[in-house]
Design a protein around this ligand. Structure first.
Ligand code: PGA
Length: 248
């Protein structure tokens, strides 16, 4: 039985004050240990939020990580730096990084490896645009995104990784994939990995992301290959994020 995981992605939102309030509110409402839970906060809030969640089950993550270990890479944050603030997860390849900031399959693979070098679990985001879906390219796009990492890191690296399927057309748009649409792709991803390593495929957590909300989370999480969610907008409110978490 796979343990579920719910990850909040705060993106570039909040103030230090609101971030601390939100983290405190989440910790206060966690209740019993039903699943893993993490928040990916803006880099600059990591020291404060790290101190706040220290003795709680709420894990900390970053929204990206540098593709190099250190050096003259202005504006980047290394995995070793993230480790100093107890990051357990790092998103890599989020579609906003890919489309607005030029993160390529190649750099995403390097970021994935850098995270693992520091024992940080990479959450590899994959997903198709609306145009790609309409042209029946969903699986081909996902193959490419997965292969880029598998070819560099090896399939064994997926022993300590999470995958997030996030159809780009569903992110922040209010358009969620239907339970069946999401399950179809999650199943596909698991089968794709199973062809390379059945044990890893059975074990890996595959999260759904894209306008997941308290009122649609239960249906999505009930699907056999959906092991939780990567939550953007709805993770900015403690009550709605906790409702999603408790839908597991
Ligand atoms: P959303 O974002 O829940 O606001 O659609 C999800 C994500 O981008 O991770």
């Amino acid at each position: 039985m796979r343990r579920s995981l719910v990850v909040g992605n705060w993106k570039m939102n909040g103030t230090l004050e609101s971030a601390e309030l939100l983290a405190k509110g989440i910790v206060a409402g966690l209740g019993s240990d039903i699943a893993d839970i993490a928040i990916c906060v803006p880099y600059v809030y990591l020291p404060n939020i790290s101190a706040l969640v220290k003795d709680s089950p709420l894990a900390l993550g970053s929204q990206n990580v540098a593709d190099k270990p250190l050096g003259a890479f202005t504006g980047e944050i290394s995995a070793a730096m993230l480790k100093e603030f107890n990051c357990q997860y790092a998103l890599v390849g989020h579609s906003e990084r890919r489309s607005y900031y030029g993160d390529t399959n190649e750099s995403v693979a390097a970021r994935f490896c850098q995270a693992q070098e520091q024992n940080i679990i990479p959450v590899l985001c994959v997903g198709e645009t609306l145009e790609q879906r309409e042209q029946d390219q969903t699986f081909a796009v996902i193959n490419e995104q997965l292969d880029a990492v598998i070819n560099v890191a090896g399939i064994a690296a997926f022993n300590t990784a999470v995958i997030a399927y996030e159809p780009v057309w569903a992110i922040g748009t209010g358009k969620t994939a239907s339970d069946e649409q999401a399950q179809e792709v999650h199943h596909y991803i698991r089968q794709y990995l199973a062809a390379k390593d059945q044990t890893i495929a059975d074990k890996i957590q595959i999260l759904y992301g894209g306008s997941a909300k308290p009122d649609n989370a239960k249906g999505l999480f009930a699907m056999p290959d959906i092991d939780g969610g990567l939550i953007g907008g709805a993770s900015l409110d403690a009550e709605s994020f906790l409702k999603i978490f408790h839908s597991i």
